[in-house]
Ligand binder design. Sequence first.
Ligand SMILES: Nc1ncnc2c1ncn2[C@@H]1O[C@H](COP(=O)(O)OP(=O)(O)O)[C@@H](O)[C@H]1O
Ligand SMILES: [Mg+2]
Length: 709
Amino acid sequence: MSRGSFRLRCKGRAEEMQEVLSPKGTIFLFGGRQLGKSSLLRQAVEVFQKADPDRHIAVYIDLLKADIGHAEPPEGIWRVLLAELKRRGVIGANVSDRAAGVDVIADAVQQWIEAGPGRRVLVLADEADAFLTADAQAVYTGGGQSTFRTVKRLQRLMETTNRSFKVVFAGLHQVQRFNHLTNVVTAHGGPGILVGPLKPQAAVGLVEEPLAAVGLTFETPDLVWHILGVTNYQANLVQIFCDHLVAYMQQRAMPTSGCHAPITWDDVQAVANLERVRELIAERLRYTINLEDRYRVLTLLVALRSLEHGYAHASRPSELLEAAHEIWQEGFPLNSERQLTIFLDEMVGLGLLIRVPGEERAYAMRSPNVVNMLGTQNELQSELNDTEFDLPYDYNPRAARRSIGSPGGVQRMSPLTEGQFGDMLGHPTRTTLVPCTRALGDDHVERGLRLYGGGYGLDIIGVAPGDSLTDAITANSRRKSSRVLFVDLRGRDADEVREAAERLVKHTGGTPPDSDAAPGASRRYAVVLCSPDAAGEAVETGAGHVLPERWTVDSVRAWPESPFGSPQERRALMDSTGGWPGLVETAMHNVRSGMRQKEVLQGLRERLETPDAATAHLRAAGLTSADVSLLTSWAQFYSDEEYADGKAVMTPGDLAAAFLDKSGDDSLEAAEHLLKRLDGLAVLDPDKHGGVRLDPVTFRALKTIEPAQ
Ligand SMILES: Nc1ncnc2c1ncn2[C@@H]1O[C@H](COP(=O)(O)OP(=O)(O)O)[C@@H](O)[C@H]1O
Ligand SMILES: [Mg+2]
């Protein structure tokens, strides 16, 4: 049986469900990764609509996917709501998408609700962290500053409809920490609801029912409790365990009676000891712990203490602070004990710790299995000593990229960052070149631009490779709205690109900056997609250049909800993917679909080590056959170890000496030229000792194919 073939309905969340559905119930749901928030919301959609199909409308919005709070401002939620409510007939199709302001939308919702008794609209806004973080920022308005503008406006609609309209936001745990947020929340219907590990009865059902559905039963009931202990009552872990248990039982020959023998202690033990199961559980427990490094340090400390002093050993906040400060001073300043107890209480909510009953505040691990899954005493100690811990990541437009959808099921990200799109609109000539190779994601530049432009009300007008630029410019001169000509000149040579850039600069940048200070004045922009080798000469035209980049250990922190959380994990990701967008996207996708990080990265490397894949990569990266034959011989000089040690530095002198005619300035010049080209293709990484080297994927690809003789 394949993994996940018996995904159950959301189990055992009756109280939480009640809170979500009830008009007066909570509007905030919190909980760690994978504890069941999304499952709860999706089930709420069904339950709510089934209760009264004619008068109940439920809308599920994934704010992260819609990029709201990252690329889109928080108000963006209204646009998504408008589209969805139009589709569902709550708002008339005659309301225009562009013109409808927040008040128009809110009024339309109110009118629909008031037009018939019993009408209700429930909005389930999932992955709301970035949205809330962004909305919490003060916005300067005419009358001063305000925070939570969008949340407050939604709440006003809730109040004016007597909560027949209701929004529920779901997010990770730390959202709870906003002070402002607490004010907003307490004014309206109580604190948020925590979605944590399952309660025992529900958890038992989650183990027994799917197994019963395939004809499996347990020899004794305590086996179920054992499974729950191993999985820490976390629904996602229970599922992983049971999927493997089913597979294990079904591998055995079916007895002639046609019934399976009951599951025994030995069977459960055998599954619990499968390396794959242990690693999956350990990795997923770490999702919660890795929500932020302060959780991680505290978990490791409490776990170590329980290994030293017995599992039930309780630690006081002051002791933990002292130890944590020693390990990570920035993360745990000495005067932060109150903050520390907030973290500890959050960890209780996440199902990692328990608060030990008694007068004094003290905390212990929730279960010995969690400790075992984290590692041995030595492993935990060295993790504490050797890890560089990170403070939580803040939004950074220079690294953040928007998601451009999931063609073929794999989530793709824009090849350009938000900051780079900003640069395009900010450039004085308003014409920008984007030199981009296939490996850097040239096929996705236009889509990223369209999504970005959409947020600013810019029309994007595509000029395909075969179209006449003259016609496009003429037609564009007559248009009234602000718009961007997107000109695809991939594969054209440097002369053509320069000539096009010249004409476009004239077309877009003809007006001095002051003349369009008038608000609402329409503007022309142009973006030229071309190959890196053809971009050089266009510099003289004054057009801007925006260079797509590979992901790095640092920039990949901006990947929303990346499962590669720690610096080590991010480094492993970069080492196997080189940060090449397509490979990073595949890795993210595979880990999200349930594979282990190690497997995923190993799989990618093995695939790239076949000659076909290696050749395909080199071609996609923009290397010519001449480059390849030169560089293959170069790469053979270095072993993988030497590369890892930073010995494979490329200097013009070395390159010249190695391949080009051994003497003379010409060869040095040729080497410098080659390095510059490689830099334009983004296949060079800074080396740790200064200098540059090839990125790891390109390096290995060159080593994979035979050097041409
Ligand atoms: N109450 C539940 N009953 C059954 N399965 C659940 C339950 N809660 C979560 N799961 C399973 O656990 C996994 C993670 O749940 P999800 O709702 O995506 O978590 P979150 O949104 O909190 O990250 C999913 O595979 C889901 O099917
Ligand atoms: Mg979720």
